[in-house]
Design a protein around this ligand. Structure first.
Ligand SMILES: Cc1cc2nc3c(=O)[nH]c(=O)nc-3n(C[C@H](O)[C@H](O)[C@H](O)COP(=O)(O)OP(=O)(O)OC[C@H]3O[C@@H](n4cnc5c(N)ncnc54)[C@H](O)[C@@H]3O)c2cc1C
Length: 392
């Protein structure tokens, strides 16, 4: 047996022994997923146990170095772990912006002290993070952000940063323990060159949040206010005024994460899910067949992209292609599912519709091509950096 075959055999038997049956079901909605954090609310004992046994082995972040709480697995071993988890429908044990966004940025730009301090906590699901990028006048044009961060001194803290400003659309800010935040440390420099990447505790004095209601009826994100928040000097990641490099690197990982929604969870084809409805509707049948072919192509592209990314061979603009394709696909999936399910799918509060589950999920997908940078912005990046179109 090769080393990888042995690894697969051992992984399979460990997963069989340790993944609770309740964690072999798809996640039903955002509240059914495990997000960890200081105030983590577990749906049941199985969810808590699953997160803890996976974190214990470093398998919440299998390819991070074991010195920082990861599993220290090679790219090939990580792929096998993912395949073996998929084989038994094992859930992701921990959903975390720390894992999918901040962690990779810390691994690349953090100091040794920052990596040792923050990465193991992220791997164990102890701290829940939110992302403070967008502001009321800085979304697509993110580098126009105005949240002010200046050096200050007082007797109690000595030298520190003082942060004043507002963020918007901060997902789960009201539930997060810490924030990774873009702030302006130089107002005179060209806009991309005066930005720093700062980490701070959401329990700090001067931080407040106000939830915003979405069209789907939930409030997953907030306006976030900073009123003279004092932050220790050593919580800047990367160099002061060079936070734009860290921000862009993190956005690549965010876009890769968001693109995963194109895979559509269980992997079942739409045609299979609605086969009873399709016999007498040739137009819908054709649309769904076209969609299923696109979904298969996306799955293949996604696998190739992840392999290239892990091997360090991905083009820096590739996450934009994945984000664009994956989110437009997910929107199309929900549009077609609504069309196939008929008018009953529009029910909003009835018991038989599980409180309007299909309609709410469909409406939520409308935000997919906005969050993490809009589809138009991704197309602009593809035009400029991949196609190198004149004038882009
Ligand atoms: C569900 C959700 C969760 C989010 N979570 C977070 C979060 O946790 N943290 C965070 O910081 N932000 C978050 N955001 C904010 C998100 O990043 C911004 O909404 C996004 O970048 C767009 O910015 P904007 O809303 O200001 O729109 P605008 O930038 O005002 O854009 C408005 C329209 O103009 C178009 N447009 C703008 N500029 C161009 C251009 N140059 N070329 C072509 N078209 C253009 C856009 O595509 C869009 O259609 C979230 C958003 C959503 C919907």
């Amino acid at each position: 047996m090769t080393d990888l075959e042995t690894f697969r055999r051992d992984t399979r038997s460990w997963l069989e022994a340790n993944c609770p049956p309740e964690m072999r079901e798809p996640v039903r909605d955002e509240s059914d997923a495990c997000w960890g954090g200081r105030n983590a609310v577990f749906k049941n004992g199985a969810q808590k146990r699953w997160m803890e046994v996976m974190a214990e082995r470093g398998w919440t972040v299998p390819d991070w170095p074991s010195d920082y709480g990861g599993g220290g697995l090679s790219a090939a071993e990580t792929k096998i772990l993912r395949q073996e988890m998929a084989r038994i429908n094992a859930r992701n044990p921990l959903y975390s912006f720390g894992i999918s966004m901040l962690g990779p940025a810390l691994l690349k730009y953090g100091t040794e002290q920052q990596k040792k301090r923050f990465l193991p906590e992220i791997a164990r699901g102890e701290i829940r993070w939110c992302q403070g990028y967008s502001e009321p006048n800085a979304g697509s044009d993110l580098a126009s952000l105005q949240t002010k961060c200046e050096e200050a001194y007082d007797k109690e803290r000595g030298d520190h940063w003082l942060v004043k400003g507002q963020k918007v659309w901060t997902s789960y800010a009201d539930k997060a323990d810490w924030i990774f935040c873009l702030v302006r440390t130089d107002f005179k420099a060209p806009k991309h060159k005066g930005i720093s990447f700062l980490l701070f505790d959401m329990a700090s004095q001067g931080v407040s949040t106000k939830p915003i209601l979405l069209i789907s009826g939930t409030s997953p994100f907030c306006e976030t206010f900073f009123d003279d928040v004092k932050v220790p000097k050593d919580q800047v990641v990367g160099e002061v005024n060079k936070g734009w490099d860290v921000a862009k690197y993190l956005l690549g990982h965010e876009r890769e994460m968001i693109s995963g929604m194109g895979l559509g969870g269980s992997g079942e084809s739409l045609g299979a899910a609605f086969k009873d409805r399709l016999a007498d509707d040739p137009l819908l049948r054709a649309d769904i067949a076209r969609f299923d072919v696109d979904a298969m192509a996306f799955r293949a592209m996604s696998e190739r992209f992840i392999d290239e990314l892990k091997a360090g061979q991905a083009h820096p603009a590739q996450p934009s292609m994945m984000k664009y394709a994956g989110t437009e696909l997910n929107k199309a999936r929900h549009e077609l599912a609504m069309a196939a399910a008929g008018s009953g799918a529009l029910e909003w509060e009835s018991e038989r519709s599980s409180g309007g589950k299909s309609a709410r999920e469909w409406l939520r997908t409308k935000a997919n091509s906005i969050e993490g940078g809009t589809s138009e912005i991704q197309l602009g990046i593809i035009a400029k950096h991949i196609l190198q179109l004149p004038g882009a």
